[in-house]
Design a protein around this ligand. Structure first.
Ligand code: FEO
Length: 170
């Protein structure tokens, strides 16, 4: 059985992950409106990953005898300065999510909740990838510049991204 505090924090995290999906869908919509379908595809796939993260927390909470309580999802920003600003914001958002995962892990350690520690290990590694992915695209945008041919090449590259079904992610 989970502590009440851990139950509360996991419910908050479900909301944060669903907000992440919503934010990335808003970013996808921004790019679709600009006919940059590759960037839009990248964020649609990212949104699917975030829903998977939320579901992973949801199932874990049930498994441990907790109660899932869904709260309202905050409205995401819908307009952005330019391509670089989107990725800068996505990168900063992933850093925030990492800080949330660290908060959960710190709580699990404080409570000697070994099952939660083992569960959260997956997210600790996942966040390394999440931050690296946004940072690497940000660096490429810096290389090619925020407008022009380079951006179209990057758009074509990001259009190749596909969602990996959750079963093979674990
Ligand atoms: Fe669920 Fe992108 O962290």
């Amino acid at each position: 059985m989970l502590s009440k505090e851990m139950e509360k924090e996991i419910n908050i995290q479900i909301n944060k992950e669903l907000y992440s999906a919503y934010l990335y869908m808003a970013m996808a919509a921004y790019f679709d409106n600009k006919n940059l379908s590759g960037f839009a595809n990248f964020f649609q796939v990212q949104a699917q990953e975030e829903v998977f993260h939320a579901q992973k927390f949801y199932h874990y909470l049930f498994e441990r005898g907790g109660r899932v309580v869904l709260e309202a999802i905050e409205k995401p920003q819908t307009d952005f300065k330019d391509v670089k600003a989107v990725f800068q914001q996505a990168y900063e958002h992933e850093q925030y999510v990492t800080s949330r995962i660290n908060t959960l892990m710190n709580l699990a350690i404080k409570e000697s909740d070994h099952a939660s520690k083992a569960f959260l290990d997956w997210f600790i590694s996942e966040q390394v990838e999440e931050e690296a992915s946004m940072d690497s695209i940000l660096q490429k945008i810096d290389l090619v510049g925020a407008t022009g041919h380079g951006i179209l090449m990057l758009d074509a590259q990001l259009g190749q991204r596909t969602y990996t079904p959750p079963a093979s992610q674990e």
